[in-house]
Ligand binder design. Structure first.
Ligand code: GTP
Length: 402
């Protein structure tokens, strides 16, 4: 059994695994090294009363118990000791669950969770449960301070909020949050000890992903948090697949059109500027023909990385397809965009791209156009015309629409 688990973890999680056959050898290993997590049986040849759990926890190492049987008294004791979780060795899914749990723990280190609750006791309890699973925990004692924290720390992924709070209650907080953060940006779990049975549905209708009735047991809490964050990861993965270019990881054409079609009317009404640069790597076919398609891909990846590094913080970089990219400059006129683009062009020309087949100098031609009284398609067509002029005039040039 241990060998199966050792293989699964090393194979699927890409981490080093040490294996101890009894408490004595576990003790030696724990003294020699610091472990990210320990998976233990309760019954070892030289310690049959679960002594290993106390030993692991005394080293501040998160502990997952994988055991053949567990009575309700043992379960209670283990949870009180602060183990991550217990899993019964029932079938092969038990092992998959352990692997999923360790994977989640690895990810949890980077997951920030905000608890909004006016009760100190309840907040501390939820914090201790979350910390057993290695989340980064932040606390707020009412709705208003939770809202302030969320605005200043937009990388928080999960909000766990109580219903009854002074000032801004759980519903008020969720309504505010959902105006700014979508379900794929921030997940919410509602909590309440209120006996009103319609609360759970109301929480979810107002924008929460899930709801937990207080008091709850450890296992239910962890399962709900795990499921909520797994769905968030899944939604984000789907979003990335739909909006990012698979090769270069910059935005794709679909994202570009989605974003700016939506903003078009607003930009026009405010008479704001929108300038688009269309870039096309020069003689790229030659790279493929001389060095092969894989080296061509390496060049595309590095080219996109440089574009993103140069423009990505303030502007929108996308790959339109093949060796064609765009940079959208919102709020910038054509002349200013030209200056930036020409700087990028000359830096690219000077610094070779390192590939598996050696260093390569490449250049890029660029066409620039600004938003007029037409559509986004019209704007792209005009940038394309300017790009054609740049190619025709000798390449390695930036041209503004005539
Ligand atoms: N490696 C690689 N090549 C691609 C990809 N997408 C398109 N291409 C290649 O990009 C090349 C584009 O060539 P052309 O349109 O003839 O243009 P060019 O050789 O860059 O010449 P100019 O644009 O006129 O300077 C073609 O050989 C395509 O096969 C890709 O994802 N990876």
């Amino acid at each position: 059994m241990s060998r199966i688990l050792q293989h699964l973890i090393a194979h699927e999680l890409d981490c080093e695994v040490d294996f101890a056959v009894d408490l004595a050898s576990a003790k030696i290993l724990l003294e020699q090294k610091e472990y990210f997590v320990a998976i233990t049986d309760l019954n070892l040849p030289d310690a049959q009363e679960g002594e290993i759990v106390r030993l692991v926890l005394s080293k501040q190492t998160p502990c997952i118990v994988l055991t053949g049987s567990l009575d309700s008294e043992q379960r209670k004791q283990l949870l009180q000791l602060g183990i991550v979780d217990y899993i019964l060795k029932e079938n092969r899914f038990s092992y998959e669950y352990v692997v999923r749990l360790v994977r989640r723990l690895q990810r949890n280190i980077d997951v920030k969770v905000l608890i909004a609750d006016d009760s100190v006791v309840s907040r501390k309890f939820v914090r201790s449960l979350l910390e057993q699973h290695l989340y980064q925990v932040i606390e707020a004692d009412d709705g208003h301070s939770a809202w302030e924290i969320l605005q200043s720390q937009p990388d928080i992924q999960l909000l766990i909020t109580d219903y009854n709070m002074p000032g801004l209650d759980g519903f008020g907080l969720i309504l505010k949050v959902r105006e700014k953060f979508s379900r794929e940006e921030l997940a919410i779990i509602g909590l309440s000890s209120d006996s009103d049975e319609s609360l759970s549905a109301r929480f979810i209708k107002n924008g929460a992903n899930d709801f937990l009735q207080k008091p709850f047991v450890h296992e239910e809490f962890h399962c709900r948090v795990l499921n909520t964050l797994d769905s968030l990861d899944m939604i984000r993965k789907l979003w990335d697949q739909a909006n990012l270019d698979y090769l270069t990881c910059v935005y794709n054409r679909r994202y570009f059109f989605g974003l700016f079609e939506e903003q078009m009317e607003q930009i026009k009404q405010k008479q704001g500027a929108l300038t688009v640069a269309l870039l096309d790597i020069d003689f790229f076919k030659k790279v493929n023909d001389t060095y092969g398609h894989d080296v061509g891909d390496e060049v595309l990846v590095e080219f996109a990385a440089r574009l993103k590094h140069f423009f990505g913080q303030h502007f929108t970089v996308s790959r339109f397809g093949g060796e064609e990219f765009t940079v959208a400059f919102k709020g910038l006129n054509q002349e200013k965009a030209f200056v930036l683009m020409d700087k990028f062009r000359s830096q690219l020309e000077m610094k070779p791209i390192v590939t598996s087949k050696g260093e390569m100098f490449i250049t890029v031609s660029t066409g620039i156009a600004g938003l007029a009284d037409d559509s986004l398609d019209g704007l792209i067509q005009r940038a394309d015309k300017a790009l054609y002029d740049a190619k025709k005039s000798g390449r390695n040039l930036v041209c503004i629409e005539a």
